[in-house]
Design a protein around this ligand. Structure first.
Ligand code: SAM
Length: 506
């Protein structure tokens, strides 16, 4: 399927930030610890829907866990499921724990506190945490003093979590993360169960310290929550109301990560381009993009996820005007059929979406486009689905993340029934993915002989291959060594598959 996790080996390389975790403090101080040898890590693509555990711990040696009673919580282990927003939330949560004097461990069995940061965007994603907790339930004695559940499933299930998984002692949604230090104090003081479940906040989650896991790309949240009411989507119920961070805070953080050696920033938000500046500076989203791209040391700026409704032409003009703004846009379509889009409450028609694409195609640099699509939404007819197929053939995206519709609790679509059979959803998904695969082969083949600047993100020792990423977000493999990791190099494409390119250095 379109969504793709690339499991790669990241080599240590001299100098921050590659091969080291960076701990950034508000004053700009940076400490780092080398992870020792190769760091086994997942590089997330636009949407990554797997789990990301503390590097070094693989599924194979993730043990069943015994749970003891709480006391002093000195060490922690965090496992993250879901999108980049979750990954970055976990980075900030870990910053809070570090600021509290706690120490990260790479072996779950050495952790006093285990936190699972969960995703509930689809039923399958939500189930993952329960299988992890099932493993813990199997044993009765041991070292782990407290288990906490964070994120969207925590918010969705609330106190019910304690009934479903009695070994859990902390349940906290993303809108309450700033309360985590207090909640942990309460656990240490002997309170058996604590929750942070309020959603009515107007504040963003600001941290003094962030523990960044990705050594190349610094995630930076600019807007939290979501006020859209897409009828299929659980996010507004799990992440609370939309709230934008002031531009001053965002730019100060951008300068801090640049000072630590990061050259690439990815701005994050559920609807990233709905950002508006709550401060008197009153920047527009496009102006913010330019200001971040102008931070000394920053060479690449990406942003995700954009909503077509807020995708205005000044964003394209900003990309045109500033080469540090990557020529890559992820613009979720969901469906190519206007009646389905109306039932999804997306706020645009097929024709309006195509107008945005037309605007993007007029940009001076060829902007690489990707999208999200849901197949088998309630009432989707074969004709509706064919509208989606015809749209993807017309647009020719470079990447499509496609999903079978999964009814979610408390969404407007939940009550409408889930009337497309699973087998039919599966058939539609396969058909769409095959068409998209052919488009990607065609588009990638057209790049043969072209040169790209890549930021080298990994070295695969077994294959003797370096793995780089272009500004258009294409993964390019080429012969290289561990010393290339973290460098910007120019490579020329020699062969192309649907999901990646092979190149030689020029
Ligand atoms: N906030 C973004 C937006 O609205 O464009 C998307 C965020 S969501 C984490 C990523 C993708 O998951 C969505 O674009 C959609 O394609 C998919 N998704 C969301 N809810 C879904 C559901 N109930 N069933 C299947 N896919 C879903």
């Amino acid at each position: 399927m379109g969504s793709e996790l690339i499991q790669i080996m990241l080599a240590n390389q001299p100098g921050p930030p590659a091969g080291a975790r960076s701990f950034s403090g508000a004053a700009g101080e940076a400490a780092s610890f080398a992870s020792g040898g190769l760091l086994n890590e997942r590089i997330m693509t636009n949407e990554a829907y797997g789990a990301q555990a503390t590097p070094g711990l693989t599924r194979a040696h993730r043990p069943s866990l015994p749970v003891a009673t709480a006391g002093a919580l000195k060490t922690f282990y965090v496992e993250t499921f879901g999108c980049q927003m979750n990954v970055h939330d976990s980075e900030k949560v870990q910053g809070l724990l570090l600021a509290r004097g706690m120490t990260p461990v790479e072996d779950l069995t050495q952790a006093d506190l285990v936190l699972y940061n969960t995703c509930s965007i689809r039923e399958k994603a939500a189930q993952k945490v329960f299988s992890r907790l099932g493993a813990i339930r199997k044993t009765t004695t041991g070292t782990v003093k407290a288990i906490g559940v964070l994120g969207c499933v925590a918010q969705q299930e609330g106190e019910r979590f304690f009934e479903r998984a009695p070994q859990v002692s902390l349940v906290c949604g993303s809108a309450s993360y700033s309360l985590l230090p207090q909640l942990l104090d309460q656990l240490e003081a002997g309170k058996p169960r604590v929750t942070g479940l309020a959603l009515d906040t107007e504040e963003c989650f600001e941290t003094e310290m962030t523990r960044r896991d990705n050594p190349f790309r610094a995630y930076l949240t600019i807007i939290e929550g979501c006020d859209q009411r897409c009828s299929f989507c659980v996010v507004p119920m799990t992440r609370g109301p939309q709230r934008s961070r002031p531009s001053g805070n965002i730019l100060a953080e951008a300068r801090r990560v640049a000072d630590q050696g990061y050259t690439e920033i990815q701005l994050l938000g559920q609807i990233v381009n709905a950002w508006h500046d709550p401060s008197p500076a009153g920047l527009s989203f496009a102006e913010l993009l330019v200001r971040v791209a102008e931070v000394p040391g920053i060479r690449r700026v990406r942003f995700t996820t954009s909503h077509p409704r807020y995708f205005t032409s000044d964003i394209v003009q900003a990309i045109d005007a500033n080469p540090n703004l990557c020529d890559q846009v992820h613009l979720p379509l969901q469906s190519g059929s206007t009646p389905v889009l109306a039932r999804m409450l997306r706020g645009y028609t097929r024709e309006e979406y195509l107008e945005k694409i037309h605007d993007l195609r007029k940009a001076r640099r060829a902007i690489s486009l990707s999208t999200d699509i849901i197949v088998g939404f309630c009432g989707e007819t074969r004709k509706d689905f064919e509208q989606t197929l015809s749209l993807i053939e017309e647009v020719e995206y470079d990447q499509v993340f496609s999903f079978k519709y999964s009814p979610r609790p408390n969404t407007r679509a939940e009550g409408r029934g889930d009337d497309i059979e699973e087998e039919e959803k599966g058939r539609r998904l396969t058909e769409l993915q095959e068409i998209q695969r052919q488009i990607q082969v065609r588009r990638n083949q057209a790049l043969l002989g072209r040169s790209f600047e890549v930021l080298v993100e990994a070295y695969q020792a077994r294959l003797g291959q370096a793995v780089g990423r272009s500004t258009t977000n294409r993964v390019i493999n080429f012969p290289g060594g561990p010393q290339d990791v973290g460098r910007y190099l120019t490579v020329k494409v020699t062969s192309a598959g649907p999901n990646s390119l092979v190149a030689v250095r020029v």
